[in-house]
Ligand binder design. Sequence first.
Ligand code: AMP
Length: 222
Amino acid sequence: MTRPAVLILLGPPGAGKGTQARLLQDRFGLVQLSTGDLLRAAVAAGTAAGKQAKAVMDAGGLVSDEIVIAILSDRMRDEDCRNGVILDGFPRTTVQAEALDGLLASTGQRINAAISLEVDDSAMVERISGRSTCAGCGEGYHDTFKPPQDGNRCVKCGSTELTRRADDRAETVASRLEAYHAQTAPLIAYYEAAGVLRSINAMAQIDKVSGDMTEVVETILN
Ligand code: AMP
């Protein structure tokens, strides 16, 4: 029996992890697991974890490993994850990476690849501050790079309710980039040492990046 694939997308905020994860989800039938989305849902639902996470997220810091690991491991037990997952925004610390190793070992799974989306910090503020998300289906947009139809209509589901994330303000982006470099960037070496690191130039246009990504994932899964 083939084991369900586990792909990790690494990269700073604004690198395009969410966009690429959704494309891979559609193309390969894997499930996108975004800890950012799971946390935003917990905040919206007013759960205990959501209440603790909110202030940290608003400030652009990292939510505690304990909360994030609990939320992610719960979600990974869901039925729809049995065909494989794309982890988008997890792990973000070495503690989380080690917890993931433990979780996968207990279910006989392994990481197929950690794909690093390489981008320049200088481009990130522009990329992030133009972002919006469709409230109907979750499709992501960007004012310049991927505008919605007629200025405000989702191309996928037709909704005109597009929302902007509270933490996408320029002031918060600097803290998020700082958290990335201090706590998440060391995972590139972690996965290189584990022999599963792949790198992609994510400065190109979305279609080019997704073409490169598809090629890498096809090689990994075949
Ligand atoms: P994202 O949607 O991935 O940009 O995440 C939004 C925010 O959620 C981050 O800035 C963090 O505050 C929090 N967050 C998401 N994933 C994690 C994680 N793996 N560890 C800690 N905090 C996280």
